[in-house]
Design a protein around this ligand. Structure first.
Ligand code: ADP
Ligand code: TRP
Length: 324
């Protein structure tokens, strides 16, 4: 049995880019036979940047609801909040801290980036990769589906875990990152990478009116209705092509090239395709968000099952360290 594990920070409501770039591919990976998946909300990591408890909670629920609405099978797998198992995660983090060379953290790209760009440069940002290593090693995970930006953190996890194994005996599985080079970067409404922080995202869980409003905000050039249009450069077309089927994309392309087809028409077509493609997810997402006790129940179940696995590793590690 191989274990797949990934963590998602509680940084906001997942958007179209997150769904197509991260959530759906990780769910596919979890459906392969002989795999067991651990999906957790890294809400301890989010504390490095979010200092508002209400926002932290909202984001946590939104992330959990998006995964469940996208088809994560929580009964066969595990979904949990890192904060609810904080005892184990941070205990292991401390042991790993004592095996992590200071320069490894000081030279980490993500720390350098964050310390240059954030006003609040706290120690949590510095030790962030060690907590991430603890998240992974605690569940003896084999495969870690992540974006390219996380590859250094997985490499650090292997180094720290390897050092522990060499010093105190084989205690950890050393994980491998699964980075899908084919996952394209979904553009946002302004043509840059779709991102929460750029406020250029499309939220597929919105109602009809608000979704249409976001889609209407997609930039376009100033060609007239009758002019032929260039599908290669148009943002509406680019977004359409990652959501629609091949034949729908071909059909829209012909309309662009033929002329007498305006950007307003294209946006209507994009709206229709998003509205239909995410219908089931939208209903489920809103159902979960309107029934937080049910969402809590699912998370608590996941947490009590994950607890047993984390406890097993921690007992073994305490023994290895001479603490038992
Ligand atoms: P955001 O930029 O909106 O804050 P995150 O950095 O939290 O998104 O990313 C969460 C996951 O979603 C990552 O695995 C990342 O690779 C993926 N992702 C984010 N934005 C996009 C995008 N525009 N296209 C494809 N994947 C994306
Ligand atoms: N650092 C990851 C991110 O920002 C989130 C994360 C925390 C994670 N712990 C993890 C990802 C463990 C994979 C495995 O995207």
């Amino acid at each position: 049995m191989q274990r797949v594990l990934t963590g998602i920070q509680a940084s906001g409501k997942p958007h179209l880019g997150n769904l197509l770039g991260a959530i759906e591919p990780a769910i596919q990976l979890s459906k392969v036979a002989n795999r067991e998946s651990f999906l957790f909300i890294a809400d301890l990591h989010s504390l490095t940047t979010i200092k508002n408890p209400a926002i932290m909670q909202d984001n946590t629920y939104a992330v959990a609801a998006a995964w469940l609405a996208s088809g994560f099978d929580y009964k066969q797998n595990f979904i949990y909040r890192q904060s609810r198992l904080a005892g184990f995660h941070t205990e292991l983090m401390w042991y790993l801290n004592c095996l992590t060379p200071f320069p490894m953290l000081a030279n980490a790209t993500s720390f350098k980036d964050k310390s240059e760009n954030l006003a609040d440069v706290n120690a949590g940002l510095f030790t962030y990769p060690v907590l991430q290593a603890a998240d992974i090693l605690l569940y003896q995970s084999h495969l870690i589906p992540v974006g390219k930006d996380q590859s250094q953190h997985i490499e650090m996890t292997r180094e720290i875990g390897g050092k522990f194994n060499r010093t105190f005996g084989e205690n950890f599985v050393l994980p491998e990152a699964v980075i899908n080079p084919d996952v394209m970067t979904i553009p946002g409404t302004d043509g840059r990478k779709m991102s929460k922080s750029l406020n250029n995202y499309i939220d597929v869980f919105l109602n009809e009116k608000d979704l249409m409003k976001q889609i209407k905000g997609i930039i376009s050039d100033s060609k007239l209705l009758e002019d032929p249009k260039d599908p290669e450069t148009d943002v509406t077309f680019k977004i359409f092509s990652v959501v629609a089927s091949e034949s729908e994309v071909e059909e829209l392309k012909e309309k662009y090239l033929a002329g007498n087809f305006g950007y307003g028409h294209a946006k209507k077509a994009l709206f229709e395709v998003i509205w239909t493609r995410f219908e089931k997810q939208r209903v489920l997402y809103n159902q979960y968000m309107n029934d937080l006790p049910e969402l809590d129940k699912i998370l608590k179940e996941g947490e009590s099952r994950a607890f047993l696995i984390a406890q097993e590793t921690i007992s073994k590690v305490r023994m290895a360290l001479g603490y038992a």
